[in-house]
Design a protein around this ligand. Structure first.
Ligand SMILES: Cc1cc2nc3c(=O)[nH]c(=O)nc-3n(C[C@H](O)[C@H](O)[C@H](O)COP(=O)(O)OP(=O)(O)OC[C@H]3O[C@@H](n4cnc5c(N)ncnc54)[C@H](O)[C@@H]3O)c2cc1C
Length: 516
């Protein structure tokens, strides 16, 4: 038997179901000789709208008689993937991981597999209760400040589209994707060009990862807020809001970009950090069918809901689309009372009527620094509070692109029905966004429409405000990933070393491995 990787397999989208036979035909393999078959990579080539193709890479096991295929350009012999061997934890004390978002989750999973019996502290609820708190907020506007779309088991990304694409080219990318699959995500996340899990599967994955960590001796403390620490000899004593304390030499902080109280506490206790740029803007909504037609033309009905990405470089600012959610909804993502924060979510099927994406303007420290490294946090908070005060009842500020571009304010929606769960209050974004951001959005939309025809359609709904694209601070760490306080290891998005589920998971994993 020989194991081959076969590439450059282009299949019209209408025939994708027939991939095995088409691969056998293209490489003259008799179907009965095919012993193993696995898709390794799948991407969509929609450059020619009248001939949209799937591009595949597959692995097959066939009798040695097919070794001749190696003379061709599209076949290579597979090398069996090395199983990752987990080194043994050799430190006296157990590590403590604060935050069970992707960074904390993959750090704790790795530490548990190394026999470290990690202690995990999470301010929010375990996923089952957290889902109820989020539903309660979406239905009644009653927010649980410690268990919501940002906080709780699984972290910020749990109520999301669960896009698993990243610009980070790490040797751990495939490992993370395979772990999502191993813990319950659909297999296609291991081979799709732009994989996504969907919030319906994410909650299962999170629970299964927790179960594995517990089975390896890991210990979880939910509804437990890490709110102080002190040196104790060579170790650190961790204090929590429910009087629990833990002593460790390794405190991994996967706090996320919304743990403002904890960042302020760390700063006050001398943990060095620096201001970091982020982005601010709105979420825009279109009819998904219009986006499908824009991206795939007449092949749209044969393909899953389409996504898009676009950027415009203005004189002094970048304006770009971010975290696009096909067939999803705009999410009420606040974690503080009296604030409005938008983001996006969809389920695995992506079957809702609208497509949504953030449209963001770059913000640099020059825009918000007033003398404190924490000014970026205050800056985000200010606009979230202004957004809430516009209606004062939980409705989010909104407008339609047609009116927005003319400096007018719509009174009601047209063909696109806004999906923000608490409703829209049509108003002037100048009252809840920095003036430069409103100007940049107005200047960029027509330019973006040249690249993505229809993106600035007059009926497009704009909902604000999107402020948490990334953390406004970076907790300083050295090559050994140690902060200015020995024993503290800042990880993930909140620490300023990641942006998105994948890169946060990779940062947590690499930090855990570095402790061995
Ligand atoms: C609605 C939404 C949709 C998103 N969609 C996507 C997407 O499709 N794809 C993508 O790549 N990214 C997406 N993101 C971004 C992604 O979720 C984050 O980049 C990622 O979750 C960051 O991981 P993290 O582990 O660093 O932090 P987080 O996921 O934010 O986790 C931090 C955890 O720490 C806990 N915590 C904080 N402070 C304390 C404390 N003092 N004590 C105890 N626990 C504490 C929090 O409760 C939280 O659970 C989305 C985010 C949101 C909000």
């Amino acid at each position: 038997m020989i194991h081959l990787k076969l590439s450059n397999i282009k299949i019209p989208v209408a025939e994708a179901r027939n991939i095995k036979n088409l691969v056998c035909k293209q490489f003259r393999i008799r179907t009965e000789d095919l012993d193993g078959f696995r898709i390794v990579r799948q991407s969509v080539d929609a450059r020619k709208k009248n001939n949209v193709l799937y591009n595949y890479q597959v692995e097959v096991s066939v009798p040695d008689g097919y070794r001749g295929l190696l003379n061709g350009p599209d076949a290579t012999e597979c090398v069996a993937a090395q199983e990752f061997t987990y080194p043994k934890w050799h430190h006296d004390r157990r590590p403590v991981v604060v935050g069970f978002g992707p960074a904390g989750m993959f750090a704790a999973l790795c530490l548990a597999r190394c026999g470290a019996h990690p202690v995990i502290i999470e301010r929010g609820e375990r996923i089952e209760e957290r889902q109820q708190s989020v539903q309660r907020f979406l239905q009644t506007k009653v927010l649980n400040p410690d268990s919501n779309v940002q906080f709780g088991e699984g972290g910020a990304g749990t109520f999301s589209d669960g896009k698993l694409n990243t610009n980070v080219n790490s040797e751990y990318n495939q490992f993370i994707l395979n772990e999502f699959y191993r813990h319950g995500a659909p297999e296609e996340v291991t081979y799709q060009q732009n994989p996504h899990v969907g919030t319906d599967y994410l909650s299962k994955v999170v629970k299964n990862i927790r179960t594995e960590i517990e089975s390896l001796g890991g210990e979880f403390h939910f509804n437990t807020l890490f709110d102080a620490f002190e040196k104790e000899g060579e170790a650190l004593r961790i204090h929590c809001n429910n009087d629990k304390t833990f002593v460790t030499h390794h405190l991994l902080l996967g706090l996320g970009h919304s743990a403002r109280d904890t960042i302020r506490m760390l700063h006050a206790r001398g943990v060095l950090m620096e201001p970091k740029g982020f982005s601010i803007g709105v979420r825009m909504e279109h009819l998904q069918r219009d986006i499908n037609r824009m991206q795939y033309g007449q092949a749209a009905s044969l393909l899953p809901p389409a996504s898009y990405k676009g950027v415009v470089h203005l004189k002094d600012r970048g304006v770009y689309t971010f975290c696009m959610c096909p067939g999803g909804t705009v999410m009420a993502s606040a974690s503080e009372k009296g604030t409005i924060v938008t983001n996006g979510m969809s389920e695995h099927k992506r079957d809702k009527a609208n497509a949504n994406s953030a449209l963001l303007v770059s913000v640099t420290p020059e825009d918000f620094l007033q003398g404190s490294v924490l000014d970026g946090i205050d800056y985000q908070e200010k606009y979230e509070q202004l957004a809430f005060r516009m209606a004062g009842d939980g409705r989010a500020p909104g407008n339609l692109v047609g009116e927005f571009l003319k400096g007018q304010i719509a009174t009601r929606h047209r063909k696109v029905v806004p999906s923000y769960p608490h409703g829209i209050h049509y108003g002037d974004f100048k009252r809840c966004l920095p003036e430069y951001a409103v100007h940049a959005l107005r200047e960029a939309l027509p330019l973006l429409d040249r690249k993505l025809p229809g993106i600035a359609n007059v009926d497009t709904v704009l909902t604000g405000v999107e402020t948490r694209s990334s953390s406004p601070v970076r907790i300083l760490r050295d090559e050994a990933r140690i902060s200015s306080v020995p024993g503290i290891y800042p990880i993930g998005e909140g620490a300023g070393y990641a942006g998105g589920i994948m890169s946060a998971a990779i940062d947590g994993l690499k930090t855990a491995i570095s402790l061995m």
